[in-house]
Design a protein around this ligand. Structure first.
Ligand SMILES: Cc1cc2nc3c(=O)[nH]c(=O)nc-3n(C[C@H](O)[C@H](O)[C@H](O)COP(=O)(O)OP(=O)(O)OC[C@H]3O[C@@H](n4cnc5c(N)ncnc54)[C@H](O)[C@@H]3O)c2cc1C
Length: 313
């Protein structure tokens, strides 16, 4: 007997399903794509950054709850999460933003370390090697008694025949399934290269369109990036690839000749605010957990644990 069907096998759906299973609710994930082929697999992913872009009143709490779990995961092997040191820079200067001095490992950059930006600082943060982290989540889900089925639902009513509770964690498609036209894809492209020896991340916070950043994960480095609102195109763009490599190489010259392993494209589920709420429906119970934009990994545990409270209420 299944208690809950989670629609979506990205980071939000897997984390929600794990939290439900570990709370004793037998949960299965129905997903159109395997986790490694989702937007979640494309993310950088920096987990200790600001939540200034997410206006939901619970965003700071969700991030804090998630951060504590990521800090703990970073102490364990084979989770894909590690603690990393790196620079966060901004075109808006000259002072670091108000929230920065409270971050772990905060130290202002020296003029040379600013790499031409007017403001910047060092911090430590958990970072996720997303393909590895998703593998860890799948393994943890299965060990907690959960399961994953690859199937595409045509509507959110479809899974109600399989379980009394359905959770919509379908990312950008979550909006379509919920007839919510406030959801917009925010396309992002990353370039994955062989690591020429980097250990510290670099991230430019602030710009809405093209930003510069790189995240070393073992023998690979994820280079970014950009954000294109309203663009559904999942094909890599060669010009964007060249621009991303060029911008990153201006900061870190060793990246100029690093061999490109692959180019990834993902669609961030853009929405004015995260949707985490129950919707009254005729059959069963329906809870939405989608619309996480560019912070879905950072928010994933906080949102998932709130879903458990809602289901258990
Ligand atoms: C370039 C880039 C960089 C990013 N960097 C960061 C970062 O540093 N930190 C951070 O926190 N976030 C980052 N993000 C954002 C983050 O990736 C997203 O917020 C997050 O992945 C959203 O997760 P999700 O599970 O909601 O959606 P997805 O990962 O898109 O998963 C949606 C799931 O729903 C399934 N699905 C869709 N339709 C159906 C259907 N009809 N039936 C069944 N299943 C369906 C899909 O197959 C998929 O499994 C970044 C995103 C991009 C693109």
């Amino acid at each position: 007997m299944t208690d809950v069907v989670v629609v979506g096998g990205g980071v939000v759906g897997l984390t929600t399903a794990i939290a439900l299973n570990e709370a004793g609710l037998r949960t299965v994930v129905w997903t159109a794509e395997v986790p490694r082929r989702t937007t979640s697999a494309v993310a950088g992913a920096l987990l200790g950054g600001p939540v200034t872009a997410e206006p939901h009143e619970d965003a700071v709490r969700w991030r804090q709850v998630s951060l504590e779990i990521f800090d703990e995961l970073a102490t364990r092997p084979h989770t894909g999460v590690t603690a990393a040191r790196g620079r966060m820079v901004s075109r808006r200067g000259p002072q670091p933003p108000d929230w920065a001095p409270g971050l772990p490992g905060f130290a202002e950059c020296s003029p040379e370390e600013l790499a031409g930006y007017p403001a910047g600082f060092w911090m430590t943060s958990p970072v996720a090697d997303m393909p590895c982290y998703l593998d860890y989540l799948v393994d943890r889900l299965c060990k907690s008694g959960g399961d994953i089925e690859v199937c595409t639902v045509a509507s959110l009513e479809q899974p109600t025949s399989a379980a009394p509770v359905v959770i919509n964690c379908a990312g950008v498609a979550g909006g379509t399934l919920a007839c919510d036209d406030s959801v917009t894809p925010v396309r992002g492209q990353h370039v994955v290269v062989e690591n020429p020896g980097l250990t510290e991340f670099f991230y430019e916070v602030g710009p809405d369109d093209d930003w510069t950043g790189f995240f070393p994960h073992g023998d690979r480095v994820v280079l970014g990036g950009n954000a294109r609102r309203g663009d559904w195109n999942l094909e890599p763009d060669d010009r964007q690839t060249a621009d991303i490599v060029k911008r990153c190489a201006e900061i870190e010259p060793r990246l100029a000749d690093a061999r490109v392993i692959k180019v990834d494209v993902g669609l961030r589920p853009g929405r004015p605010s995260i949707r985490l709420e129950e919707q009254q429906v005729d059959q069963g119970r329906l809870i939405h957990n989608y619309g996480h934009g560019g912070v879905g990994v950072s928010m994933s545990w906080g949102c998932a644990l709130d879903v458990v409270k809602m289901v258990s209420a």
